[in-house]
Design a protein around this ligand. Structure first.
Ligand SMILES: [Zn+2]
Length: 670
């Protein structure tokens, strides 16, 4: 044909076009190289921590690691008629940092119920006045709640009185006159009241905190000290609803006054059972740890002062909790109270309490046994459950977690119980990095679910499935603050992590991932890891430089998109041409299926025989680091005929089109 003419014509066209600069500069994916990023980005906050020696590349707390402690004494009473909690509290702020604190930041989460509040997807059941502070003292000195603080104040005139800003926001700041010195403790005393929102229009957890004036489920219900850390100083991200919390660990000494006859449950251990419980309830409680049976502590027919509780118009319930990062509770005039036990390895039996209204008794029938399995399974998986009791509370929020307490019936019991490990033990910053909390939780729920069914867990297919959803402009990379994840929040925070850990298991083995996570849990128990600590810890524990892996999964929304493009066998030596169209590299894992009969198979160094006629051959991800998009995988098994070759046979690497992972291609078309 007229090939020569065509070629000449083409060359002419190209030269003219380039002169006019109309040829597209971007090459096709098939032919362009990709540059693989081999390190994780270090932001200013983590660089600062490395410089200070508070964190480092070991992924363990650095030699200079510190964290603040906040101890709370709270005295609060609930008035069902006004649905309002009125309280006083003293927060002992232990400044264990190396810094002088010039202000004290408070979290006033109930201000999300104010009509004008900034919010994410959450909608309160009722607009309230929010968290109303009526008095604040710092080291005994009163704070002027009415003064307008001067921002960016000049150094010429030091402030003459204590002021506060942001009292109508979820984050408020007390401006100090004298800074809190490094190593010093200061006491902050606050008087406050807050109405618990009720009604039917609430959307999202914690947005409805009561059923009429009969059942109350207070959460994030008292002024809390914000977190001050070595990464950013005060964490001042607003509470928008979906992303939950990041709190200091400390002791809680809490007195809760409610009407007589109302049962109270909560974080910590009840200190005064003789004052608030009936003799019968105390006797029944004493039997709970004897067996896995369920014991009724207060039954449906036992109602009112002297029957469900000790006699009295009002009763004050006293709880103590140590080493916790929050305190939640619930109370109702008609709670049924049941209890059973869980046996924690190395520790023994602890009680599981359940409090619920009679109309939802059915939703609590299996709750005790689900919570027992979760507490025992996760104790073995990561670290023994460290707290002295566990409580499940009924109420409008049926899927939320606090230390020792979950607001959940049996529906979400496994997942909410799992939260006792993150963030109640490993105190990650959930507002920014929800995946270190909800995502790890989703992963461990898969393992727990398989254990319940007495089956081996399988993470196959999960990593690959990300290929089908990636590329959406709604997906926020996991390292974006969860507060800013928008409509992609749920996938960013919950969904993507098990997919990431499925691929990680595809590289190093699932057992190795689980063992490394177990050590990570122990290393960061009651501390506050950042994502970098997690990444570097895992690299060290797995003894592999996986920065490229963390970069693609956590900082991008890229995928692998592998395929087999060609297979040629010459004299028993087979060359498989593998292509990766995505930006994320992966190991080259090929399952090779041979004919049953034929010459003996030769041993191949990077191959593992699955059975007599099937081998899995692996090359590391580093084969891609030169930027080429094709890799010729050469294997010499000898003259036995190959029936079929599959790239990524366990479905671990993100891939939208898996049909082209199989050779010969027609085998995938059925
Ligand atoms: Zn959760």
């Amino acid at each position: 044909m007229n090939m020569r003419i065509t070629l000449l014509a083409l060359l002419t066209t190209v030269s003219v076009a380039s002169a006019q600069q109309t040829v597209p500069l971007r090459k096709s994916i098939e032919t362009s190289k990709r540059s693989i990023r081999l390190d994780v980005p270090m932001t200013n906050s983590i660089r600062k921590a490395f410089t200070a020696g508070t964190r480092d590349f070991t992924g363990k707390p650095g030699p200079n690691y510190w964290q603040l402690e906040a101890d709370y004494n709270i005295n609060a009473s609930l008035d069902p008629a006004t649905q309002t909690i009125t309280g006083t509290e003293k927060i002992s702020v232990h400044n264990n940092s190396k810094d002088e604190l010039r202000n004290i930041v408070l979290r006033l989460d109930h201000n999300i119920f104010r009509a004008e509040a900034q919010r994410g997807a959450s909608v309160p059941a009722e607009a309230t006045d929010g968290m109303v502070l009526t008095s604040i003292k710092v080291a005994g000195a009163p704070v002027d709640l009415t003064a307008t603080p001067t921002f960016g104040r000049s150094t010429a005139t030091p402030p003459s009185k204590l002021t506060v800003s942001g009292l109508t926001q979820t984050v408020a700041s007390i401006n100090l006159i004298e800074p809190i010195k490094a190593g010093a403790t200061v006491e902050v005393e606050i008087a406050w009241h807050t109405k618990l929102p009720g009604g039917t229009i609430g959307r999202g957890h914690r947005m409805t905190q009561r059923f009429d004036d009969k059942l109350f489920q207070p959460t994030q219900w008292y002024p809390r000290l914000a977190k001050y850390d070595d990464l950013r100083g005060w964490e001042t991200s607003p509470y928008l609803g979906p992303s939950e919390f990041y709190n200091n660990f400390g002791k809680f000494d809490v007195y809760l006054t409610v009407p007589g006859g109302w049962i109270v449950s909560g974080t910590g251990v009840l200190q005064n059972p003789k004052e608030v419980l009936t003799a019968t309830a105390q006797q029944r409680l004493a039997t709970v740890l004897n067996s896995d049976d369920e014991v009724t502590i207060v039954g449906e027919s036992e109602k009112g002062p002297g029957k469900s509780t000790a006699p009295g118009d009002k009763l004050t319930w006293h709880f103590l909790a140590d080493k916790v990062n929050d305190f939640a509770w619930a109370t109702a005039e008609n709670f049924i109270w049941k209890a059973t036990r869980a046996t924690i390895p190395g520790k023994g039996a602890i009680p599981i309490h359940m409090v619920f209204a009679p109309e939802r008794a059915k939703s609590f029938e299996k709750a005790g046994q689900i919570a027992r399995h979760a507490l025992e399974f996760y104790s073995k998986l990561w670290a023994p459950y460290p707290f002295p009791q566990f409580t499940m509370q009924d109420g409008p929020s049926a899927g939320m977690e606090y230390p020792m307490v979950i607001n959940s019936n049996q529906g979400a019991a496994d997942h909410e119980t799992a939260h006792q490990w993150w963030p109640m033990v490993v105190g990650n910053n959930e507002t920014r990095y929800g995946w270190m909390d909800e995502g790890f939780n989703q992963y461990m729920n898969i393992l727990s679910g398989a254990d319940v069914r007495q089956r081996a867990y399988s993470l196959d297919g999960l990593g690959q499935s990300y290929g089908r959803s990636s590329g959406s402009e709604s997906e926020a990379p996991m390292m974006w603050s969860a507060n800013d994840a928008g409509s992609g929040y749920s996938f960013q925070t919950y969904g993507k992590t098990p997919l990431m850990l499925s691929m990680l298991g595809g590289i190093v083995g699932d057992e190795a991932v689980i063992n490394a996570m177990k050590k990570y849990t122990a290393t960061w128990s009651f501390k506050h890891p950042s994502p970098w600590d997690y990444m570097f810890f895992m690299n060290n524990e797995l003894n592999q430089d996986l920065e490229w892996f963390w970069y693609y999964w956590l900082f991008t929304t890229e995928t692998v998109e592998g395929s087999i493009q060609d297979v040629k066998t010459v004299k028993g030596k087979t060359t498989v041409t593998v292509h990766e169209a995505g930006q994320m590299p992966s190991p080259v894992v090929l399952k090779v299926e041979f004919e049953a009969a034929g010459p003996a198979l030769k041993a191949v160094a990077n191959a593992k025989m699955i059975d007599a006629t099937t081998a899995v051959v692996t090359w590391p991800a580093s084969v891609w680091f030169n930027g080429n998009r094709t890799f010729n995988a050469v294997m010499d098994f000898g003259e036995r005929k190959i029936k079929k070759i599959t790239f990524d046979p366990n479905g671990r690497f993100p891939d939208a089109n898996v049909a082209d992972n199989i050779w010969p291609r027609e085998q995938s078309v059925k």
